[in-house]
Design a protein around this ligand. Structure first.
Ligand SMILES: *Cc1c(COP(=O)(O)O)cnc(C)c1O
Length: 385
Protein backbone atom coordinates (compact mmCIF):
# COMPACT_ATOMS: atom_id res chain seq x y z
CA UNK A 1 0.00 0.00 0.00
CA UNK A 2 1.42 3.40 -0.91
CA UNK A 3 1.58 6.18 1.64
CA UNK A 4 -1.83 7.38 2.86
CA UNK A 5 -1.71 10.88 4.41
CA UNK A 6 -4.49 12.21 6.68
CA UNK A 7 -5.40 14.83 4.09
CA UNK A 8 -4.40 15.51 0.52
CA UNK A 9 -5.16 17.97 -2.26
CA UNK A 10 -6.74 16.86 -5.50
CA UNK A 11 -5.41 18.65 -8.59
CA UNK A 12 -7.20 17.95 -11.88
CA UNK A 13 -6.34 18.84 -15.48
CA UNK A 14 -8.89 21.68 -15.28
CA UNK A 15 -6.98 23.12 -12.30
CA UNK A 16 -3.70 22.93 -14.22
CA UNK A 17 -5.22 24.55 -17.31
CA UNK A 18 -6.66 27.36 -15.18
CA UNK A 19 -3.24 28.14 -13.70
CA UNK A 20 -1.46 27.96 -17.05
CA UNK A 21 -3.88 30.32 -18.68
CA UNK A 22 -3.09 32.94 -16.00
CA UNK A 23 0.63 32.35 -16.42
CA UNK A 24 0.21 33.20 -20.10
CA UNK A 25 -1.77 36.36 -19.31
CA UNK A 26 -0.61 39.85 -18.28
CA UNK A 27 -1.20 39.30 -14.58
CA UNK A 28 0.83 37.35 -12.06
CA UNK A 29 -0.09 39.02 -8.81
CA UNK A 30 -3.58 40.46 -8.26
CA UNK A 31 -5.44 40.43 -11.57
CA UNK A 32 -8.93 39.53 -12.78
CA UNK A 33 -8.95 36.05 -11.22
CA UNK A 34 -8.86 37.54 -7.72
CA UNK A 35 -12.23 39.24 -8.08
CA UNK A 36 -13.72 36.20 -9.82
CA UNK A 37 -12.55 33.97 -6.97
CA UNK A 38 -13.79 36.42 -4.33
CA UNK A 39 -17.23 36.74 -5.93
CA UNK A 40 -17.62 33.00 -6.43
CA UNK A 41 -16.51 32.33 -2.85
CA UNK A 42 -18.89 34.93 -1.41
CA UNK A 43 -21.69 33.27 -3.35
CA UNK A 44 -20.66 29.81 -2.10
CA UNK A 45 -20.78 30.82 1.58
CA UNK A 46 -23.62 33.33 1.17
CA UNK A 47 -21.79 36.47 2.32
CA UNK A 48 -21.93 39.96 0.80
CA UNK A 49 -18.16 40.44 0.60
CA UNK A 50 -15.05 38.30 0.26
CA UNK A 51 -11.38 39.33 0.27
CA UNK A 52 -8.70 36.95 -1.01
CA UNK A 53 -5.42 37.07 0.92
CA UNK A 54 -2.09 35.27 0.97
CA UNK A 55 -2.98 32.63 3.59
CA UNK A 56 -5.32 31.88 6.48
CA UNK A 57 -2.93 33.32 9.06
CA UNK A 58 -2.77 36.64 7.17
CA UNK A 59 -6.58 36.55 7.06
CA UNK A 60 -6.69 36.21 10.85
CA UNK A 61 -4.17 39.01 11.31
CA UNK A 62 -6.12 41.38 9.05
CA UNK A 63 -9.26 40.56 11.02
CA UNK A 64 -7.77 41.37 14.43
CA UNK A 65 -6.38 44.60 12.92
CA UNK A 66 -9.77 45.48 11.44
CA UNK A 67 -11.43 44.92 14.83
CA UNK A 68 -8.93 47.44 16.29
CA UNK A 69 -7.40 45.00 18.72
CA UNK A 70 -4.96 46.91 20.92
CA UNK A 71 -2.08 45.84 23.15
CA UNK A 72 -3.47 44.53 26.43
CA UNK A 73 -6.89 43.66 25.01
CA UNK A 74 -8.01 40.09 25.64
CA UNK A 75 -9.56 37.63 23.21
CA UNK A 76 -11.09 34.21 23.91
CA UNK A 77 -10.38 31.20 21.73
CA UNK A 78 -10.09 27.41 21.96
CA UNK A 79 -6.85 25.51 22.59
CA UNK A 80 -7.97 22.70 20.27
CA UNK A 81 -7.03 24.46 17.05
CA UNK A 82 -4.07 25.28 14.87
CA UNK A 83 -1.98 27.84 16.78
CA UNK A 84 -2.70 30.57 14.18
CA UNK A 85 -6.19 31.06 15.67
CA UNK A 86 -4.51 32.34 18.84
CA UNK A 87 -1.40 33.91 17.33
CA UNK A 88 -3.39 36.58 15.48
CA UNK A 89 -4.22 38.06 18.87
CA UNK A 90 -0.53 38.23 19.76
CA UNK A 91 0.32 39.96 16.45
CA UNK A 92 -1.66 42.93 17.75
CA UNK A 93 -0.15 42.70 21.24
CA UNK A 94 -3.34 41.24 22.67
CA UNK A 95 -3.64 38.57 25.33
CA UNK A 96 -5.04 35.13 24.52
CA UNK A 97 -7.59 33.70 26.92
CA UNK A 98 -8.09 30.00 26.22
CA UNK A 99 -11.46 28.54 27.17
CA UNK A 100 -12.14 24.83 27.48
CA UNK A 101 -14.01 22.74 24.91
CA UNK A 102 -17.18 20.71 25.08
CA UNK A 103 -16.31 17.01 25.39
CA UNK A 104 -18.86 15.86 22.82
CA UNK A 105 -18.59 18.47 20.03
CA UNK A 106 -14.94 19.41 20.71
CA UNK A 107 -15.97 23.04 20.12
CA UNK A 108 -15.55 26.00 22.42
CA UNK A 109 -17.82 25.43 25.43
CA UNK A 110 -20.14 28.43 25.51
CA UNK A 111 -20.74 28.07 29.27
CA UNK A 112 -17.04 28.36 29.83
CA UNK A 113 -16.87 31.44 27.65
CA UNK A 114 -19.78 32.99 29.52
CA UNK A 115 -18.08 32.34 32.86
CA UNK A 116 -14.93 34.08 31.62
CA UNK A 117 -16.90 37.09 30.39
CA UNK A 118 -18.81 37.37 33.68
CA UNK A 119 -15.54 37.40 35.60
CA UNK A 120 -14.11 40.12 33.34
CA UNK A 121 -15.25 43.08 35.41
CA UNK A 122 -12.78 45.49 33.80
CA UNK A 123 -14.12 44.64 30.33
CA UNK A 124 -10.72 43.67 28.97
CA UNK A 125 -12.13 40.89 26.77
CA UNK A 126 -12.89 42.43 23.39
CA UNK A 127 -13.60 39.48 21.16
CA UNK A 128 -14.17 35.76 20.66
CA UNK A 129 -12.60 33.57 17.98
CA UNK A 130 -14.67 30.38 17.76
CA UNK A 131 -13.13 27.67 15.57
CA UNK A 132 -15.23 25.23 13.55
CA UNK A 133 -12.94 22.43 14.61
CA UNK A 134 -12.79 19.43 12.24
CA UNK A 135 -15.53 21.07 10.15
CA UNK A 136 -18.32 21.15 12.74
CA UNK A 137 -19.83 24.62 12.68
CA UNK A 138 -20.16 26.47 15.98
CA UNK A 139 -23.66 27.69 16.86
CA UNK A 140 -22.88 31.32 16.12
CA UNK A 141 -26.40 32.46 16.94
CA UNK A 142 -25.79 31.58 20.59
CA UNK A 143 -22.31 33.10 20.49
CA UNK A 144 -23.70 36.29 18.92
CA UNK A 145 -26.20 36.71 21.76
CA UNK A 146 -23.43 36.23 24.30
CA UNK A 147 -21.05 38.55 22.45
CA UNK A 148 -23.71 41.27 22.25
CA UNK A 149 -24.39 40.98 25.95
CA UNK A 150 -20.72 41.72 26.68
CA UNK A 151 -19.93 44.04 23.75
CA UNK A 152 -17.56 41.62 22.01
CA UNK A 153 -16.85 41.02 18.35
CA UNK A 154 -16.68 37.56 16.72
CA UNK A 155 -14.13 36.32 14.21
CA UNK A 156 -15.19 32.87 12.98
CA UNK A 157 -12.20 30.66 12.16
CA UNK A 158 -13.84 28.65 9.38
CA UNK A 159 -10.68 27.07 7.94
CA UNK A 160 -12.13 23.61 8.50
CA UNK A 161 -15.68 24.29 7.39
CA UNK A 162 -16.22 25.72 3.89
CA UNK A 163 -19.63 24.39 2.82
CA UNK A 164 -20.60 23.52 6.40
CA UNK A 165 -23.55 24.95 8.31
CA UNK A 166 -25.42 24.88 11.59
CA UNK A 167 -29.17 25.07 12.22
CA UNK A 168 -30.38 28.17 14.06
CA UNK A 169 -33.45 28.69 16.27
CA UNK A 170 -35.67 29.40 13.27
CA UNK A 171 -34.63 26.04 11.81
CA UNK A 172 -32.61 27.73 9.06
CA UNK A 173 -29.30 26.45 7.75
CA UNK A 174 -26.65 29.06 8.49
CA UNK A 175 -23.62 28.57 6.27
CA UNK A 176 -20.16 28.89 7.69
CA UNK A 177 -18.76 32.25 6.58
CA UNK A 178 -22.17 33.70 5.69
CA UNK A 179 -21.58 36.74 7.89
CA UNK A 180 -24.98 36.36 9.46
CA UNK A 181 -23.73 36.27 13.06
CA UNK A 182 -19.93 36.69 12.95
CA UNK A 183 -18.35 40.06 12.19
CA UNK A 184 -15.72 38.36 10.06
CA UNK A 185 -14.96 34.79 8.97
CA UNK A 186 -11.71 33.41 7.67
CA UNK A 187 -10.72 30.47 5.46
CA UNK A 188 -7.44 28.85 4.38
CA UNK A 189 -6.54 27.25 1.06
CA UNK A 190 -3.56 25.30 2.36
CA UNK A 191 -3.36 21.94 0.50
CA UNK A 192 -4.83 19.89 3.37
CA UNK A 193 -7.97 22.06 3.47
CA UNK A 194 -11.10 21.53 1.33
CA UNK A 195 -10.04 23.98 -1.38
CA UNK A 196 -6.34 24.28 -2.23
CA UNK A 197 -4.50 27.17 -3.85
CA UNK A 198 -1.01 26.33 -2.55
CA UNK A 199 -0.99 29.08 0.04
CA UNK A 200 -4.10 31.20 0.21
CA UNK A 201 -6.86 32.54 2.39
CA UNK A 202 -10.19 34.36 2.34
CA UNK A 203 -12.07 36.72 4.61
CA UNK A 204 -15.84 37.00 4.34
CA UNK A 205 -18.17 39.57 5.91
CA UNK A 206 -21.46 41.40 5.43
CA UNK A 207 -20.04 44.64 6.84
CA UNK A 208 -19.04 47.07 4.10
CA UNK A 209 -16.85 49.23 6.36
CA UNK A 210 -14.86 46.23 7.53
CA UNK A 211 -14.61 45.10 3.92
CA UNK A 212 -13.16 48.46 2.80
CA UNK A 213 -10.81 48.58 5.74
CA UNK A 214 -9.44 45.09 5.08
CA UNK A 215 -9.02 45.82 1.35
CA UNK A 216 -6.77 48.74 2.34
CA UNK A 217 -4.80 46.81 4.93
CA UNK A 218 -4.17 44.01 2.41
CA UNK A 219 -2.09 46.44 0.33
CA UNK A 220 0.00 48.58 2.70
CA UNK A 221 -2.89 50.77 3.85
CA UNK A 222 -2.66 52.63 0.57
CA UNK A 223 -5.80 54.59 -0.18
CA UNK A 224 -7.04 54.30 -3.74
CA UNK A 225 -10.33 56.15 -3.77
CA UNK A 226 -9.72 59.77 -4.72
CA UNK A 227 -12.39 61.26 -2.45
CA UNK A 228 -10.47 60.17 0.65
CA UNK A 229 -7.11 61.66 -0.34
CA UNK A 230 -5.84 64.65 1.60
CA UNK A 231 -4.07 66.07 -1.43
CA UNK A 232 -3.97 65.28 -5.11
CA UNK A 233 -0.82 65.96 -7.11
CA UNK A 234 -1.91 64.20 -10.30
CA UNK A 235 -2.65 60.89 -11.87
CA UNK A 236 0.29 59.10 -10.18
CA UNK A 237 -0.66 60.21 -6.70
CA UNK A 238 -1.55 57.79 -3.92
CA UNK A 239 -1.63 58.08 -0.17
CA UNK A 240 -0.77 55.67 2.62
CA UNK A 241 -3.37 56.39 5.26
CA UNK A 242 -2.53 53.71 7.78
CA UNK A 243 -0.01 50.94 8.36
CA UNK A 244 -0.92 47.96 6.20
CA UNK A 245 0.76 44.87 4.82
CA UNK A 246 1.32 42.96 1.62
CA UNK A 247 -1.08 40.08 2.14
CA UNK A 248 -2.13 39.72 -1.50
CA UNK A 249 -2.85 36.44 -3.23
CA UNK A 250 -1.37 35.91 -6.71
CA UNK A 251 -3.68 35.68 -9.69
CA UNK A 252 -2.61 32.14 -10.61
CA UNK A 253 -3.36 30.98 -7.06
CA UNK A 254 -6.78 32.60 -7.32
CA UNK A 255 -7.35 30.78 -10.62
CA UNK A 256 -6.48 27.50 -8.90
CA UNK A 257 -8.76 28.29 -5.96
CA UNK A 258 -11.60 29.23 -8.31
CA UNK A 259 -11.19 26.03 -10.29
CA UNK A 260 -11.12 23.97 -7.06
CA UNK A 261 -14.19 25.76 -5.72
CA UNK A 262 -16.20 24.31 -8.61
CA UNK A 263 -15.66 20.84 -7.11
CA UNK A 264 -16.27 21.86 -3.49
CA UNK A 265 -19.73 20.32 -3.26
CA UNK A 266 -18.50 17.09 -4.81
CA UNK A 267 -15.60 17.03 -2.32
CA UNK A 268 -18.00 17.43 0.61
CA UNK A 269 -20.10 14.53 -0.63
CA UNK A 270 -17.00 12.34 -0.85
CA UNK A 271 -15.97 13.29 2.67
CA UNK A 272 -19.42 12.38 3.99
CA UNK A 273 -19.22 9.04 2.22
CA UNK A 274 -15.94 8.29 4.00
CA UNK A 275 -17.39 9.34 7.38
CA UNK A 276 -20.34 7.00 6.91
CA UNK A 277 -17.97 4.17 6.05
CA UNK A 278 -15.87 4.77 9.19
CA UNK A 279 -18.97 5.11 11.36
CA UNK A 280 -20.36 1.78 10.10
CA UNK A 281 -17.02 0.04 10.42
CA UNK A 282 -16.25 1.15 13.97
CA UNK A 283 -19.74 1.00 15.47
CA UNK A 284 -19.68 -0.88 18.78
CA UNK A 285 -15.91 -1.42 18.80
CA UNK A 286 -14.69 -1.66 22.37
CA UNK A 287 -11.42 0.16 21.62
CA UNK A 288 -13.27 3.35 20.75
CA UNK A 289 -14.30 5.76 23.44
CA UNK A 290 -15.97 8.29 21.20
CA UNK A 291 -17.05 7.95 17.60
CA UNK A 292 -18.18 11.39 16.49
CA UNK A 293 -21.43 10.15 14.92
CA UNK A 294 -22.68 11.68 11.70
CA UNK A 295 -23.54 15.36 12.25
CA UNK A 296 -25.68 17.34 9.80
CA UNK A 297 -23.87 20.37 8.37
CA UNK A 298 -20.46 19.10 9.44
CA UNK A 299 -17.89 19.80 6.70
CA UNK A 300 -15.59 16.94 7.79
CA UNK A 301 -12.20 18.49 7.24
CA UNK A 302 -11.00 15.98 9.85
CA UNK A 303 -12.38 12.68 11.05
CA UNK A 304 -11.42 12.33 14.71
CA UNK A 305 -11.99 9.31 16.92
CA UNK A 306 -11.01 8.91 20.56
CA UNK A 307 -9.51 5.54 21.48
CA UNK A 308 -9.56 3.89 24.89
CA UNK A 309 -5.86 3.12 25.15
CA UNK A 310 -2.50 2.78 23.41
CA UNK A 311 -2.93 5.84 21.21
CA UNK A 312 0.81 6.33 20.76
CA UNK A 313 1.40 2.68 19.86
CA UNK A 314 -1.49 2.80 17.41
CA UNK A 315 -0.01 5.84 15.65
CA UNK A 316 3.39 4.13 15.42
CA UNK A 317 1.84 0.91 14.13
CA UNK A 318 -0.24 2.67 11.48
CA UNK A 319 2.81 4.62 10.30
CA UNK A 320 4.60 1.33 9.77
CA UNK A 321 1.68 0.34 7.56
CA UNK A 322 2.11 3.63 5.64
CA UNK A 323 -1.04 5.15 7.13
CA UNK A 324 -0.09 8.66 8.23
CA UNK A 325 -2.73 9.46 10.81
CA UNK A 326 -2.34 12.74 12.70
CA UNK A 327 -3.18 14.26 16.06
CA UNK A 328 -5.30 17.43 16.03
CA UNK A 329 -4.33 19.26 18.09
CA UNK A 330 -1.72 19.53 20.81
CA UNK A 331 -3.56 22.03 23.07
CA UNK A 332 -2.28 25.49 22.15
CA UNK A 333 -2.11 26.65 25.78
CA UNK A 334 0.56 23.97 26.40
CA UNK A 335 2.87 25.25 23.66
CA UNK A 336 6.09 26.54 25.21
CA UNK A 337 5.30 30.00 23.83
CA UNK A 338 1.92 30.20 25.61
CA UNK A 339 3.26 28.60 28.78
CA UNK A 340 5.44 31.71 29.09
CA UNK A 341 2.22 33.64 29.73
CA UNK A 342 1.41 31.38 32.70
CA UNK A 343 -0.65 28.65 31.05
CA UNK A 344 0.01 25.21 32.45
CA UNK A 345 -1.13 21.59 32.50
CA UNK A 346 -4.41 21.21 34.32
CA UNK A 347 -5.79 24.61 33.27
CA UNK A 348 -8.15 23.17 30.66
CA UNK A 349 -8.96 19.60 31.68
CA UNK A 350 -11.46 18.71 28.93
CA UNK A 351 -9.08 19.79 26.15
CA UNK A 352 -6.14 18.03 27.78
CA UNK A 353 -8.11 14.83 28.28
CA UNK A 354 -9.29 14.92 24.67
CA UNK A 355 -5.70 15.34 23.47
CA UNK A 356 -4.63 12.13 25.23
CA UNK A 357 -6.84 9.85 23.13
CA UNK A 358 -7.70 11.66 19.89
CA UNK A 359 -6.55 10.53 16.48
CA UNK A 360 -7.44 11.90 13.03
CA UNK A 361 -7.97 9.21 10.42
CA UNK A 362 -7.29 9.88 6.73
CA UNK A 363 -10.11 11.75 5.02
CA UNK A 364 -9.92 13.39 1.58
CA UNK A 365 -12.05 13.05 -1.56
CA UNK A 366 -9.64 10.79 -3.46
CA UNK A 367 -9.23 8.25 -0.63
CA UNK A 368 -10.08 5.00 -2.45
CA UNK A 369 -12.41 2.28 -1.19
CA UNK A 370 -9.42 -0.10 -0.93
CA UNK A 371 -7.53 2.45 1.17
CA UNK A 372 -10.55 3.00 3.45
CA UNK A 373 -10.87 -0.75 4.00
CA UNK A 374 -7.15 -1.09 4.61
CA UNK A 375 -7.21 1.61 7.30
CA UNK A 376 -10.12 0.00 9.16
CA UNK A 377 -8.54 -3.46 8.86
CA UNK A 378 -5.24 -2.27 10.28
CA UNK A 379 -6.86 -0.53 13.26
CA UNK A 380 -8.94 -3.64 14.02
CA UNK A 381 -5.83 -5.77 13.69
CA UNK A 382 -3.86 -3.56 16.08
CA UNK A 383 -6.47 -3.82 18.84
CA UNK A 384 -7.01 -7.56 18.25
CA UNK A 385 -3.39 -8.20 19.23
C1 LIG B 1 -4.93 26.01 8.46
C2 LIG B 1 -5.50 26.77 9.57
C3 LIG B 1 -5.17 28.12 9.81
C4 LIG B 1 -4.09 28.84 9.09
O1 LIG B 1 -4.17 28.82 7.71
P1 LIG B 1 -2.84 29.00 6.82
O2 LIG B 1 -3.39 29.20 5.45
O3 LIG B 1 -2.05 27.75 6.95
O4 LIG B 1 -2.11 30.19 7.31
C5 LIG B 1 -5.83 28.77 10.84
N1 LIG B 1 -6.75 28.16 11.60
C6 LIG B 1 -7.08 26.86 11.41
C7 LIG B 1 -8.13 26.24 12.28
C8 LIG B 1 -6.46 26.13 10.41
O5 LIG B 1 -6.77 24.84 10.25
Amino acid sequence: MKKIPYGRQNITQDDIDAVISVLKSDFLTQGPSIKLFEDAFAEYVGSKFAIAVSNGTAALHLCTLAMNLNPGDKVITTPITFVASANCVRYCGGEVVFADIDSESYLLDINNVRALLEKDINKEIKGIIPVNFAGRVVDLEDFRKLANEFGCWIIEDACHSPGGYFINCQNEKVTSGSGRYADLSIFSFHPVKHIASGEGGMITTNDELLYQKILNLRTHGIQQSSDKKEEDHGIWYYEMQELGYNYRLTDFQAALGLSQLKRATYGLEKRKEIVKFYEESFKGKAFIKQLPGYVEGHAYHLYVIEVIEKRKELVDYLRQQNIFVQIHYIPAHLMPYYKKFGWKKGDLPVSEFYYKNCISLPIFPTLTIEERRFIVEQINKFYAK
